[in-house]
Structure formats: C-alpha cells, structure tokens
Design a protein around this ligand. Structure first.
Ligand code: ARG
Length: 226
C-alpha cells in the first residue's frame, strides 16, 4: 500500500565476496555473516535498503571505482596500496595471515619451510601478496580460500596462506588440515568506500563506534569459532 514510499527508499549496495566465513558466506541463496550485520546497521542508519552484490574478491575495488557498489565489506585489510584507490573506514577487526597444511605434514613448521613450495592463496588478497614474497615459491591463485584447501587435500599445493578467522572456520570442520601456530602478518579489516565519499565513511564510522560499545561482543560470539 505504501508504493510511493517504498519506491523512494534509497538503496545502498554492499560489495563482497561470500567465500570468507565467518565474515561473509552463503546460507542457501542468502549472503550472511559478521560483515553483513555491520552493513545492515549502516543501511539502517542511512534509512536505506541494503542490497548485496557477491563477486570475485579482486573485482571489488574496480566495482567500487566504477560506482557499481557503494562500499566494500569483505574482511578487506587496509593496505597502503589499496589506500591509493579507496578510502577506508576505521578498522573493525584485527587479523593475520596463517599457514594451513595437511594434518599429517611434519615438514612445514613455519614460514621458513615455505621456500620453493607450492602455495595456494585467494587471488588478490593480502595472503596472495605475502606468498609472492616467499623465495622460490610457486603461488597458485584460487577464486576462493575453500578451493585452495581442497587442492591442499588433493596434494596439488603444499600449503595455503589464508586469513586467521576463515582458516579457523575451515579447520574446525575438517580434521584433515591444521593451522600452524605462527602469524605471518598483522592486518586490520575496514570498510572501503569510493575515494572522497566522506558522507558514507562518516556514517560507517559512527556505526562502528556504536557497535564497539554495545553489540560487538555478541556478534563475535555468534559468528566466530572459539
Ligand atoms: N583480508 C584479506 C585481504 O584483504 C582477505 C580478504 C578476503 N575476503 C573475502 N571476502 N574473500 O586481502
């Protein structure tokens, strides 16, 4: 009955890559996760309707620059390189890159053992960049971290470099793999907006600020692997 009003409600588009539990993943045909919860609050604050575009991770920044999406919420780490192309909100999560090997692997114990090895990564991620810096390594790029882990189990790669939380998430459901107890990097996730979109970045920062004082812990408990 409220046709006119419904039509007027503005739409805000989140770009993501739903291959990254617990931050974004698919439940049936829906994209859910920690980042989606944040995005919903941003939409609420702007009195807008949230739309989610699921795409390849390395297509997110181009899509933002082209105006196809309004912001990226994808467990995206702040890097100097990315800052040249996008503006980031304040950070909302501290992460790191970790090494995953098969559970029976006794030879790869730390980063120094990755030299000259085949390393699986998700294309365009900070894990990809980290792997490129390893001497003699052959980096195999996948469109999803999960696919890299499949190939690890099939023996097609020797190790996978992935963000800590998705790694824990995958390992908790798969006793064929293990995570080494070393953090390769220190990173911070933030939400990216088109360069110069201060209005949106301010709204996002306000939501993040409110979250910290209230619901953040509840969301962590709901989504994160203990
Ligand atoms: N934190 C890493 C990066 O910024 C990986 C993020 C991958 N996110 C995703 N939704 N697939 O490069």
């Amino acid at each position: 009955q409220d046709q006119a009003n419904a039509g007027e409600k503005k739409v805000i588009v989140m770009g993501t890559n739903a291959e990254f539990p617990p931050f974004e993943y698919r439940e049936g045909d829906k994209v859910v996760g920690f980042d989606v919860e944040i995005a919903k609050k941003v939409a609420e604050k702007l009195d807008a309707e949230l739309k989610i575009e699921d795409m390849l991770f390395d297509g997110l920044i181009p899509a933002l620059e082209a105006g196809k999406i309004d912001f990226i919420a994808a467990g995206m780490s702040v890097t100097e390189e990315r800052k040249k192309n996008v503006d980031f909100s304040n950070g909302y999560y501290e992460a790191s890159q970790v090494i995953i090997v098969t559970a029976d692997n006794e030879t790869i114990k730390g980063p120094e053992d990755l030299k000259n090895k085949k390393i699986g990564v998700q294309l365009g991620t900070t894990g990809d960049m980290e792997a490129q810096n390893i001497e003699g390594a052959e980096v195999v790029q996948f469109n999803a971290g999960f696919a890299a882990i499949m190939d690890l189990q099939n023996g097609k790669v020797d190790a996978v470099i992935l963000d800590s939380e998705p790694a824990k998430n995958f390992a908790s459901q798969n006793n064929q793999i293990k995570i080494l107890d070393v953090e390769l990097t220190k990173e911070e996730y933030a939400i990216a907006v088109k360069k110069g979109n201060t209005e949106l970045v301010n709204a996002i920062n306000a939501v993040l600020e409110e979250l910290k004082t209230s619901e953040y812990d509840r969301l962590v408990q709901k989504y994160f692997t203990a």
